[in-house]
Write a protein that binds this ligand. Structure first.
Ligand SMILES: Cc1cc2nc3c(=O)[nH]c(=O)nc-3n(C[C@H](O)[C@H](O)[C@H](O)COP(=O)(O)O)c2cc1C
Length: 312
């Protein structure tokens, strides 16, 4: 390699690092500014997101043993004031807001000492019950599962799921994903709770989705490629009677350490892990936002809008 090649490589690496770091910092600043607002200062979209974000947090909390009094209380307070604000503005309460109110009630019961609020699935009962393999039924029936039976997952099922993942679209057909699979000993499947730590300890199977990022000129295509593959994977898991929960990794974990523990080459980025097994709980029914809250029909644009928006 010539000195010029070497210089070029170093420059490319520095640029790639800076680009990531800058977009990372920018995102964190936007988030901090959003979370500094009180409910009455938020726009409708932010308010809806906050309601779903914090009802999810409480929903996960009530699936743990209540060991420290007051845990989650601040989130409960913020969620209550966000729901009050939603109502005060006279917005329609779709299924997600009704579910948020249910999680508040659950949280009060849990906080009053009701114990961990899970609905166990007995060992001899197969769950989930797949009514039909119609794609809409599979999509709407999938839910995150965070408790598993002491039952190994067959390799042919693992491979079926990975095969489904490989049928996802990928940017420029690059198919840069790699699935690193850890099969745990069944002795680890204790009941545990719904925290990430507990799931990592007990999941019968963990699938780490990593992307070989060496062939991307785009910033976001690797994450999109990971996301599409993961979606196919969790839908296939559900169709096979398994229960999965995604676990965000990316910048949240020490990539170098985890890659070295799992023997994953350095040029991969681990985007996400999937915790997987036969469900031992009926998952919560996280209700969805009403379609009319997320859909906007855009007036027919003048001329060739969009075409000129690509960067140089
Ligand atoms: C990118 C991504 C990362 C996620 N990370 C976690 C996680 O770290 N821990 C967790 O318990 N659930 C995680 N989830 C699952 C979401 O909490 C879950 O999908 C959401 O609450 C909706 O519930 P449902 O999957 O049951 O419909 C993640 C989901 C996505 C898409």
């Amino acid at each position: 390699m010539t000195a010029k090649d070497m210089m070029f490589r170093v420059l490319v690496r520095v640029m790639a690092f800076l680009k990531k770091d800058v977009s990372d910092t920018r995102q964190k600043m936007i988030y901090a500014a959003t979370m500094r607002k009180t409910a009455d200062e938020m726009d409708k979209d932010q308010l809806g997101q906050l309601i779903r974000y914090f009802s999810h947090a409480l929903d996960k909390a009530v699936r743990c043993e209540n060991t420290s009094a007051g845990r989650g209380m601040e989130k409960k307070r913020i969620l209550s004031s966000a729901l009050d604000e939603w109502q005060r503005r006279g917005y329609a309460e779709g299924p997600d807001k009704l579910w948020a109110r249910e999680t508040l009630e659950q949280y009060d019961r849990w906080n009053a000492g009701a114990g961990k609020l899970t609905q166990p699935v007995p060992d001899d009962v197969d769950y989930p019950v797949i009514g039909s393999t119609d794609i809409f039924n599979i999509i709407e029936g999938r839910k995150s599962v965070r408790f598993w039976k002491k039952k190994p997952v067959e390799r042919d099922k693992i491979e079926k799921m990975v095969r489904a993942a490989t049928f996802a679209p990928s940017s420029c057909n690059r198919m840069t994903w790699r699935f690193f699979i850890v099969e745990s000993g069944m002795d680890k499947v204790v009941e545990g709770d719904s925290t990430n730590k507990s799931m990592l300890e007990k999941a019968p199977v963990r699938i780490y989705l990593a992307i070989d990022e060496r062939m991307y000129p785009e910033i976001y295509a690797p994450a999109l490629d990971a996301g599409f593959a993961l979606q196919n994977l969790v839908l296939a898991a559900h169709a096979l009677g398994l229960g999965a929960c995604l676990m965000y990794h990316s910048e949240s974990v020490n990539q170098a350490k985890l890659k070295s523990e799992l023997n994953i080459p350095a040029h991969y980025m681990i985007y996400c892990a999937v915790m997987l097994g036969y469900p031992a709980e009926a998952p919560s029914t996280t209700a969805r936002v009403a379609v009319n809250e997320v859909i906007t029909y855009v007036d027919k644009p003048n001329g060739s809008a969009g075409v000129d928006c690509f960067a140089d």
